[in-house]
Structure formats: structure tokens, C-alpha cells
Design a protein around this ligand. Structure first.
Ligand code: FAD
Length: 252
């Protein structure tokens, strides 16, 4: 195939984009890329959209977000993805959180709404924009490999041509009611919208040692906090870190 033939075939092919995650970032990316005429597939490990804003009472109770046996077993443990807790209200005014052209709530909605308002807002955005048809739920991206060309390109136009021809190999694991399927898909580009707050990190080193020796009660990371039940009458200490804080209480 000549360079010109390659150029024509690439130009005619509709670009495929993979988006990892159907939280706020993934949904907005999906809408924008569809509007650009791209073929978009969103892979979401959970069974619904919303990401962080979906409260899950179940808590696997381990310090990692992933199955201890790795992706190959059952994929992302969605019960441990979010740091959301029951009573959370946003820490930004709703107007600042609006997706352009899509207003959150109405005049009666609190300025700092409850988490459920944001969760419903993201679901509404998905519905109104018709995004669900592009989302594959219960599907975890376990690996993405860049299948780049090794051809050295000096010419700017040729470089662009080769860049467009390169693809990503995306490894997927679908888990529906415990039935696992693995497959691989090819894409021209990937949008990583998998969130930032799914890996709790408890202090290590001397601070970790101090915690162990000073506190005889239980120690949890704020990532695992859901509601105040069970903490009644206890002495509680908070250990703030740069982006998160841990919650300690004595065992009595
Ligand atoms: C407690 C808390 C309070 C917050 N309060 C505010 C606030 O008041 N205002 C504000 O603007 N922001 C707030 N944020 C920030 C919040 O993170 C953003 O608002 C936004 O929800 C982030 O969206 P996201 O799409 O980047 O990630 P997420 O919402 O985390 O979504 C990521 C999605 O990717 C999926 N996923 C992850 N890995 C994979 C994989 N390998 N394969 C397939 N799917 C995968 C997850 O299941 C999830 O659905 C808060 C965050 C937290 C934790």
C-alpha cells in the first residue's frame, strides 16, 4: 500500500475512541466526542453512571480498590471506588458545578446540594444526551497497550499520517452476575476518566507507627466512612493529610 492509498483509507475510517469510566468526566467527554463525529465507546466497571456520586454501603474493607487476585479475576471492585458518604453536600455551589448548557436542579435546589442531586443530575445528563447507548456497563478496562508504528517519521505530514494509523489495544473484562468474559478491542484514542479518589492511603513510616502505638481502637480511612452510626459516644480523632483525612476512634 502506498502512502497516498494509506492516507485515503485512514481519512475514510471513522475514528474510534475508548473512554474509561462513566463518571462526570467520562460522560462529558462522551457527549463532546460524539458531537465531533467520532465513534465513542465508554467502558464503565459499575452498573450505572455517576462514579464518585454513587453511594455504596458495601465496603470490601481492604486497603486496595482492586481484587486481591488482580484484574484477571473479577475486575474493578466498584463497591470500593467511591469515597462518598451519606450526608455529603457539595463543597462547591451548584452553579459552579453545572455542565455548560445543562443546569443542575431548579430554583428550589440548595446552593450546596446533597450528593443525590449531583448523582441524579449526571443520570439526567446521560439520558437527555442519549449517552447510555454508548456505554458498556459492568465492564472493566484491565489494560491498554499502544500498538505504535516503529517507522521513523521526519516529515510533519507523514508523521501525522502514521500517528493516526497507530492504535490502542484495550483489554476488557465484563462481569455480569459473576459470569466473566474477557475480550480485546482496538481504538484510535483513549480518554482516561477513571477518577482520582479510589485508592485510600493510610500513613506509613513513623506516622503509621505512631498511629499503631497510640490508638488502641479502630482506625479507618475517610474513603471508607459512610455514616455516623456506630460512632455514638466514642472519642474520635481526625488525622488530616494533604488531600484526605483519616478517622480514628477508641474501641470503647
Ligand atoms: C467525597 C468527595 C466529595 C467531592 N465533592 C465535590 C464537590 O462538591 N464539587 C465538585 O465539583 N467535585 C467534588 N468532588 C470531586 C469529584 O471527584 C468530581 O466532582 C467528579 O465526580 C469526578 O468525576 P470523574 O469522572 O473524574 O471520576 P469518578 O466520578 O470517580 O468516575 C470514574 C468512573 O470510572 C470508573 N472506572 C474506574 N476505573 C475503571 C476501569 N479500569 N474500567 C472501567 N471503569 C472504570 C468508575 O467505576 C467510575 O464510575 C468530590 C470528590 C469526593 C471524593
Amino acid at each position: 500500500m502506498t502512502v497516498n492509498e494509506t492516507r485515503i483509507s485512514i481519512a475514510e475510517r471513522r475514528r474510534r475512541v475508548c473512554i474509561i469510566g462513566a463518571g462526570a468526566g467520562g460522560l462529558i467527554s462522551c457527549k463532546e466526542l460524539i458531537d465531533q463525529g467520532l465513534e465513542v465507546v465508554v467502558y464503565e466497571a459499575a452498573e450505572c453512571v455517576g462514579g464518585t456520586w454513587v453511594l455504596r454501603d458495601q465496603d470490601g474493607g481492604t486497603s486496595t480498590s482492586y481484587s486481591s487476585t488482580g484484574y484477571g479475576n473479577r475486575g474493578l471492585d466498584v463497591n470500593q471506588h467511591s469515597s462518598m458518604y451519606d450526608a455529603l453536600h457539595t463543597n462547591l455551589p451548584k452553579d459552579l458545578m453545572n455542565i455548560p448548557g445543562f443546569t443542575m436542579g431548579d430554583d428550589h435546589t440548595e446552593r450546596y446540594p446533597h450528593r443525590t442531586v449531583v448523582r441524579d443530575y449526571l443520570q439526567d445528563y446521560c439520558d437527555v444526551c442519549g449517552l447510555a447507548a454508548h456505554i458498556q456497563f459492568n465492564t472493566t478496562v484491565t489494560r491498554a497497550e499502544y500498538m505504535g508504528s516503529s517507522v521513523a517519521c521526519k516529515d510533519a505530514e507523514i508523521h501525522k499520517l502514521y500517528y493516526c494509523d497507530r492504535q490502542w489495544s484495550v483489554h476488557l473484562l465484563t462481569n455480569v452476575d459473576g459470569v466473566i468474559e474477557e475480550r480485546v478491542e482496538r481504538f484510535d484514542a483513549i480518554v482516561s476518566a477513571n477518577g482520582h479518589y479510589s485508592q485510600p492511603r493510610l500513613p506509613t513510616g513513623s506516622l503509621g507507627q505512631q498511629l499503631k502505638s497510640h490508638y488502641t481502637g479502630s482506625v479507618i480511612h475517610s474513603h471508607r466512612y459512610r455514616r455516623p452510626n456506630g460512632y455514638e459516644g466514642k472519642d474520635i480523632a481526625f488525622q488530616p493529610t494533604t488531600t484526605q483525612c483519616s478517622l480514628h476512634h477508641n474501641g470503647d
